[in-house]
Design a protein around this ligand. Structure first.
Ligand code: FMN
Length: 189
């Protein structure tokens, strides 16, 4: 119900505002309906779909276009279980079709920001294709990322910013309404 309301509002906003002729139809809908998915069916995500998702990641803005992002995509289920299958919330990894580790070259000044933009694009692309995904924290939680770096042979000077399980959703949570007018200051704080 709430989802339908968000879609209706988005559609009305798109009709109401004077969008440029080439505005991507449905982009706002994808943004407004994305939500974190933490349970998956275990079905694989085909490589072609993963490549579309990664292309979306690499389409993100990047300071002076340095593109400091690197991605490790783990699709081997045994490997996923070995590396990410420990701990109370490991089900979101072990039921995923793939795990994308978004890494950055840490000697690049804006690596953190660039990789965050790439990660958000990945979440949105996964959702646009009908998959679910969730951003899980990596850097700077060294205790989390050190074993991942070792298991995946991630070289020195590269750190995993976040770890994103992607898969066919096995849950259907409502997107959260995060609009807060009080967080916006028009013209002056
Ligand atoms: C920097 C960052 C770290 C996060 N870390 C985790 C995490 O470790 N585990 C998890 O389940 N979700 C994690 N999340 C997802 C947030 O919990 C989620 O985005 C938030 O609750 C809002 O929900 P939504 O994504 O459905 O809008 C993280 C999100 C961000 C941006």
């Amino acid at each position: 119900m709430k989802k339908a309301f968000v879609i209706l509002l988005t559609a009305l906003a798109m009709i109401g505002c004077k969008s440029p002729q080439n505005a991507a139809p449905g982009a706002l809908d994808v943004i407004m309906t994305r939500t974190s998915i933490r349970a998956f069916t275990g079905e694989p995500v085909p490589q072609e779909q993963l490549e579309v998702i990664l292309k979306a990641g690499m389409a993100a803005p990047s300071a002076i276009n340095i593109q400091p992002w690197r991605f490790v995509v783990v699709t081997d289920q045994e490997k996923i279980a070995d590396i990410f299958g420990k701990g109370p919330r490991s089900g979101m990894f072990t039921t995923a079709g793939a795990v994308i580790v978004v890494c950055g070259e840490t000697d690049k000044t804006f690596w953190y920001e660039d990789c965050s933009a790439a990660a958000e694009n990945i979440l949105l692309a996964a959702h646009a294709l009908g998959y679910g995904a969730v951003w899980t924290a990596g850097y700077p939680a060294m205790e989390r990322i050190a074993p991942i770096c070792e298991a995946l042979s991630i070289p020195e000077g590269v750190q995993p910013l976040c770890i994103i399980p992607v898969g066919v959703p096995a849950e259907n949570p409502e997107p959260k309404d995060k609009w807060k007018a009080e967080n916006v200051h028009w013209n002056q704080w």
